[in-house]
Ligand binder design. Structure first.
Ligand code: SF4
Ligand SMILES: [Zn+2]
Ligand SMILES: [Zn+2]
Length: 329
């Protein structure tokens, strides 16, 4: 009786065993060839979507997670002028999430010889409270701190990019992140978000940097594989406040679809971009938005007055001061 043996898989370019098999591309690669492929692809996307050039200064928002550290690593390897920005949110969650994230970012820098530039901004020092403490007073203990966190991170990224003269702000969003957000926005028909979602967001206001997502065509598992092959130590745990987020549920659902139809996530996202670019989908919404300048921080706002970040934090500081003066109330 003859037994059929499973064929031994090999790297597309050499005889080494592959570290990853990308079914949607029908491509299996060994470690060194995978690293080379990821870098070449990233360079191709940067050029294709006109994200930035080697003459421009790029600020990479690093969280200590695999995607942002992989992005920084790739941009440095490709010879781009890339500095980092780490935002200390003051999230502990029993695991010291923020301190672990900073330690991983610093470990990455040490691995690269230590002469990289990292801007570190502490939310508690600059705004008056950590994200969880601020969310507790502003939301009276209800709900998640994520909307305040997102608002504050955007405000800081815009500010640091503007104050230090960066042309571009790069984030490590991968395809799974982008598709989950697109799915959520489509489920809600959030046309304003759909009008702005994409790999490149031109500055909406003088002094703002262009926002880009160079990893938007890579699957999450590809970025995890890249970080592991490159020996990048990253924070494995999600932020403790991420549990139960709708994007996590959407990711699970989309992964089920992907398992049956490899490539469906990439197709969903690319067809959305195509529909928007070629058929002007949501163009009218994009043109309707009128922006003002916040008198406190100079950042764009849809209100004629202080921006929502400044107003939110003013209110939080008043509440914190009030509770410090009236501890029992
Ligand atoms: S999960 Fe929420 S609180 Fe945690 S980093 Fe993300 S947005 Fe911030
Ligand atoms: Zn190989
Ligand atoms: Zn403001």
């Amino acid at each position: 009786m003859s037994r059929s043996r499973k064929p031994v898989m090999k790297c597309r370019h050499c005889s080494e065993p592959p570290v990853i098999n990308m079914r949607q591309h029908k491509l299996a690669l060994c470690g060194p060839h995978f690293v080379e492929w990821v870098r070449q692809q990233t360079e191709r996307f940067i050029e294709k979507y006109r994200m930035f050039t080697r003459d421009e200064r790029v600020l990479v928002a690093v969280s200590g997670g695999k995607d942002s550290l992989a992005l920084w690593d790739i941009l440095l390897a490709l010879g781009y002028q890339a500095d980092g920005l780490y935002i200390d949110l003051g999230i502990d969650g029993g695991l010291g999430y923020s301190s672990q994230s900073l330690a991983c970012t610093q470990g990455f820098m040490a691995q690269h010889g230590g002469d990289l530039t990292l801007h570190v901004v502490s939310v508690a020092d600059d705004y008056g409270a950590t994200i969880p403490a601020a969310a507790r007073v502003s939301q009276r203990g209800r709900g998640k701190p994520c909307s305040l966190c997102g608002l504050t991170k955007r405000h800081i990224m815009n500010r640091v990019a503007r104050d230090y003269g960066y042309d571009v702000l790069a984030t490590g969003h991968n395809l799974d992140d982008e598709v989950a957000v697109l799915f959520g926005n489509t489920m809600q028909w959030s046309v304003e978000y759909l009008a702005r979602q994409g790999p490149v967001l031109p500055p909406s206001h003088p002094g703002l940097a262009r926002k880009v997502k160079p990893l938007f065509r890579f699957y999450e598992r590809e970025m995890a594989a890249y970080a592991i092959v490159r020996g990048i130590e990253y924070v494995y745990d999600e932020c403790p406040h991420a549990a139960g987020a709708s994007t996590i549920r959407y990711k699970e659902l989309l992964n089920q679809l992907e398992a049956d139809s490899p490539g469906i996530k990439l197709q969903f996202y690319l067809r959305f971009l195509q529909a928007r670019e070629q058929h002007g989908l949501f163009e009218a919404v994009r043109q309707q938005v009128e922006l003002f300048t916040c008198p406190s921080c100079g950042q764009p706002t849809t209100n004629d007055g202080e921006c929502s970040t400044c107003r939110t934090w003013d209110r939080i500081r008043v509440r914190i001061a009030h509770s410090a003066n009236h501890p029992a109330s």
